[in-house]
Design a protein around this ligand. Structure first.
Ligand SMILES: *[C@@H]1O[C@H](CO)[C@@H](O)[C@H](O)[C@H]1NC(C)=O
Ligand SMILES: *[C@@H]1O[C@H](CO)[C@@H](O)[C@H](O)[C@H]1NC(C)=O
Ligand SMILES: *[C@@H]1O[C@H](CO)[C@@H](O)[C@H](O)[C@H]1NC(C)=O
Length: 276
């Protein structure tokens, strides 16, 4: 009897030590260890990865209690402390065009552009829009607030023009296009897929509250619900949970297509395999 108790005690201690050392999450039934990139950030949201400087950009809450005020910041490789991007008024949305070395910041007064090769040469390109979310597919797309309409940015001789995308007639929260050029929208009812070349809205069953839609480096689209990451099963148009993550806020992918997610106070990278 004593032996069993002793054995169980050791077993419990070992598993506690082991789980502390090797905290992880299953993604597609495969163990991934957690690499904590940063802690003590208030609700990091809208993650975006700069593949050239290896930075994770995000916005986070600076308002008290219910007040919604945001700042944009980033963390650099090997440094858990974040740096604030302080010249964007109420900065909330971020989009990075790694192919063309551009980063876009959206705030309550418009959209600002910077080169990924030059520090701090911020240029305002869109004026008079409160920007809620941004997405890049060749061109920059954004959703304004509180109207929740979709716009695409077109380069014109006199500058950048925001062109309303009327084929998306809904008031939407999020928008994305995957590698097969299918579009996805979310609204209060839930998630809809619009296949390339069609205008039918296919309702995707599963959950109807989304924190983000992100497309990985291979063009696969992922959806963040409140407590996990989902993909679409295209046979029956339902969502399948591929990872259980309590209170996920944002998601992005690094240059090696590793998942980087946030919860209300930290940013975490997931690396396939056990701890070493
Ligand atoms: C860019 O701005 C940040 C934040 O204001 C500052 O910390 C950094 O030193 C600046 N970098 C350059 C190259 O001016
Ligand atoms: C969301 O969009 C779908 C597809 O257009 C529409 O049927 C539905 O009524 C919309 N929901 C709301 C709350 O507007
Ligand atoms: C998407 O649809 C457009 C218009 O029908 C077409 O020109 C384009 O080639 C399609 N893209 C893909 C990846 O199928």
């Amino acid at each position: 009897m004593k032996k069993i108790v002793a054995y169980l005690t050791i077993f419990v201690i070992l598993s506690v030590v082991n789980s502390e050392k090797c905290d992880g999450i299953y993604v597609n039934n495969k163990f991934h260890r957690k690499d904590i990139l940063s802690i003590n950030i208030d609700r990091p949201y809208q993650l975006s990865y700069d593949k050239h400087r290896h930075r994770v950009y995000f916005s986070y809450n600076i308002g008290k209690e219910e007040e919604d005020r945001f700042n944009i910041a980033y963390i650099e490789k090997g440094n858990t402390a974040h740096k604030i991007k302080d010249n964007i008024e109420n900065g909330f949305a971020i989009a990075i065009d790694n192919k063309n070395y551009k980063i876009y910041f959206g705030g309550s007064l418009g959209i600002y552009e910077e080169s990924l090769k030059k520090e701090n040469e911020t240029k305002k390109i869109i004026e008079g829009f409160n920007v809620w979310d941004m997405f890049i597919k060749e061109k920059l797309h954004f959703i304004n607030y509180p109207q929740q309409r979709l716009y695409k940015c077109e380069n014109e001789e006199l500058g950048v023009k925001a062109v309303r995308q009327r084929h998306i007639h809904e008031k939407i929260y999020q928008y994305a296009i995957d590698g097969d050029e299918n579009s996805y929208i979310t609204n209060r009812t839930g998630l809809y897929m619009i296949k390339n070349g069609t205008s039918d809205r296919i309702f995707i069953k599963g959950i109807n509250n989304f924190r983000c839609i992100e497309v990985d480096n291979n063009g696969v689209v992922y959806f963040c619900g409140q407590h996990g990451i989902y993909v679409i099963n295209k046979e029956d148009y339902t969502l399948e949970k591929i990872a259980e993550i309590r209170n996920i806020f944002g998601l992005t992918f690094d240059h090696e297509n590793n998942f980087i997610y946030s919860n209300p106070h930290e940013i975490v990278k997931l690396l396939a395999g056990d701890c070493k």
